[in-house]
Each structure stands twice: as structure tokens, then as C-alpha cells.
Design a protein around this ligand. Structure first.
Ligand code: PHE
Length: 344
């Protein structure tokens, strides 16, 4: 039996010498270390031997097995190494040369700003929701206290999909405020949500206007929410994004779906209030419209304005991004000039 093992060992070692690739190595492994190999067979038939012999043969067989296993490992390493070095020798390929760099992508500056804005509100407890770009007249206007022929419609130069079909007409949403209605239709207070998304206006473009841009809508509805909560929230937002030095200005404004309504402006970060192209030489940049949710809007979605009140705001994302990076033309964002985009 011991003789037999010795033969197997010698044969295996000899054969391993001739193995030149991974496939042959696998065949070798199956033949000498596999389940059906003679070595495994020998180990299995130990039980039939007398005790004395069993001990010797068993120890020897295990020794051989370990030896073959370590030889196998060594051969594997050797083959791998030669896989790297042989083309080097035979074809003159230098595998140590640095590779050609693969250009990495990055997020669009507006996506980056959008993420930052959402993060600030998320930290204040707002949940992020999303809704459709193609909207019904009902959600974009009617339910927000802007019926047909209301003069406030002039403020939103609308891109229509169906013309003249009343509340059932489709359009490209002109703001994210329809998400207020969509959310309040299905959820009850307390509500704290933000709704980021694209909005569209049928407008000539210039340095501060685009026909497509991004808004982040905010809505909070609960018992005893006041204008002070709105101010506190937006102050905190401005501080988080622009630091303590920026001033925030609230002025009266009119939106049919809020009462009272305010316009929020930040002292221009590009010129520190001195006046420049970013702020239209006024020292201030309007960044949001806001106000207390109009009681009629709450009533329309079956929320009792005697019990609940709320605030809403709509932040202009491009304006914020322009302020943060000192960009003086909104059109740069969507003209896809890589020389511009690569800077972010
Ligand atoms: N939706 C308004 C706009 O785009 C902004 C706004 C939002 C105003 C919420 C009040 C409350 O002009």
C-alpha cells in the first residue's frame, strides 16, 4: 500500500511539471486530488486495513495530499504570473504602462444644487415628493384659486398641450405648486413636504430667465402654523446655504393661493449687495415666493382652515445656484457647453 502511494506521488509530481496552462492544471487537480482520484480512493479504503497499517498509510496519504495541494497552489501562482509576463516578452507589450484615463462623469450643477437644497429641508424634517411635469389645468391653476380668465394667469406664460378645454386641459406645469393640491388630496395634517421638479414658461430667455427651470416647492400644514414658522424655515434655509452674513428680505407679494403672500430675496452673494449683473444691479436676488396657504385652498382639499393652517413656498433653484457659484447667465446651465459644465 505504501509503495502504491509512493508511485502515485511520483507520477503526480512528474505530470505537474508538464502542465502549461490553467486548463491542464484543472485536469491534473481532478486526476490527483479529485473525488475519484486514486489518492482519495486510498484514503477511503483505509477502514479495511488492520489498525497498525491504517495509522501509517493514513498519515502518509494525508502527507502526500497536503504536498500535492501546496504544489497546486504554487503552480497556479506561477501560471498567473507568466500570463502577465509572457506577452511582455513575446510581443513587446509593456503591461506596466499606465492605462488611458477614462473620463469620469459628474452631476450637473443644477442637480448638485437641487440635492443641497433638498438636504437642508430634509434635515428640518421635510419629506421629498415628486409629481408629473405634464399637469392638468385644475391642479396648476383652478385648485390654486386661479380660475379661467383670472388675471394671475398672465403671470404664468403657459405652454399648453390642449388649448381651451377648461379644467381638463393639459399643460406643462408652470410651477410646482400643483403638488400642494396633489399631496393634500391624499394626506392629512401634519404635512411637511418638499417637491422638487422642472417647471416651464412660454417666455423669451435672457440672463435671468429660461423657459425651463427648476423649483422646489415646500408645504407645511398643521395646527397653529404661523408666518413666523415660514420666516424661521426660510431664514434657516438661507443660512445653511449661504452662511450667516447673507441678509434675507421678506416683502409683500401676491399669489392667489396664499394669504398673505411674500417674496423672499437674499442679498447678492456675487457682489455683496453692491449691485451686479447677477442681481440686476439691485443688490438683492429674489429666490422664492411664499405665503400662508389660502383658506379656500385648504377647504378645496377638505382640510378645515379653522383647525389647520399652513405655509408654502417655491424656491428657484437656478437662482440659488447662480448665487452660490457667481454665475451671471442662467442660459449657461442648459446650453450644454462642456467648458462650463466641467467646472463643477
Ligand atoms: N408657485 C409660485 C411661483 O412659481 C411660488 C409660490 C409657491 C408662491 C408657494 C407662494 C407659495 O411663482
Amino acid at each position: 500500500m505504501l509503495e502504491q502511494l509512493k508511485d502515485i506521488h511520483r507520477q503526480a509530481v512528474e505530470e505537474l511539471d508538464g502542465v502549461a496552462d490553467a486548463k491542464a492544471l484543472e485536469l491534473w487537480r481532478v486526476r490527483y486530488l479529485g473525488k475519484k482520484s486514486s489518492l482519495t480512493g486510498a484514503l477511503r479504503s483505509l477502514a479495511a486495513l488492520p489498525l497498525e497499517e491504517r495509522r501509517d498509510v493514513g498519515a502518509r496519504a494525508n502527507e502526500i495530499k497536503r504536498d500535492l495541494e501546496s504544489r497546486l497552489e504554487e503552480k497556479e501562482r506561477f501560471l498567473q504570473q507568466s500570463l502577465l509576463t509572457s506577452p511582455l516578452a513575446s510581443q513587446g507589450i509593456d503591461v506596466t504602462l499606465p492605462g488611458r484615463p477614462i473620463p469620469t462623469g459628474r452631476l450637473h450643477p443644477i442637480t448638485q444644487t437641487l440635492n443641497e437644497i433638498c438636504c437642508v429641508f430634509r434635515n428640518m424634517g421635510f419629506q421629498t415628493i415628486e409629481g408629473p411635469d405634464v399637469e392638468w389645468d385644475y391642479y396648476n391653476f383652478e385648485a390654486l384659486n386661479i380660475p379661467q380668465h383670472h388675471p394671475a394667469r398672465d403671470r404664468f406664460a403657459t405652454l399648453w398641450i390642449d388649448a381651451g378645454a377648461g379644467a381638463k386641459a393639459r399643460l406643462l406645469r408652470t410651477h410646482t405648486s400643483p403638488m400642494q393640491i396633489r399631496w393634500m388630496e391624499r394626506e392629512r395634517p401634519p404635512i411637511r413636504v418638499i417637491a422638487p421638479g422642472r417647471v416651464y414658461r412660454y417666455e423669451a430667455t435672457d440672463a435671468t430667465h429660461e423657459s425651463m427651470f427648476c423649483n422646489v416647492e415646500g408645504l407645511a400644514v398643521d395646527r397653529s402654523i404661523t408666518l413666523a414658522d415660514l420666516k424661521g424655515t426660510l431664514f434657516e434655509f438661507c443660512r445653511c446655504l449661504f452662511g450667516e452674513e447673507r441678509q434675507v428680505r421678506f416683502r409683500c407679494d401676491y399669489f392667489p393661493f396664499v394669504e398673505p403672500g411674500v417674496e423672499v430675496a437674499i442679498s447678492c452673494a456675487a457682489c455683496d449687495g453692491a449691485g451686479c449683473r447677477v442681481c440686476g444691479y439691485s443688490g438683492w436676488v429674489e429666490t422664492a415666493g411664499a405665503g400662508m396657504v389660502h383658506p379656500d385652498v385648504l377647504r378645496r382639499v377638505d382640510i378645515d382652515p379653522q383647525t389647520y393652517s399652513g405655509f408654502a413656498f417655491g424656491v428657484g433653484v437656478e437662482r440659488i445656484s447662480m448665487l452660490r457659484h457667481g454665475i451671471d447667465d442662467i442660459r449657461l446651465f442648459y446650453s450644454n457647453d462642456l467648458r462650463f459644465l466641467r467646472q463643477f
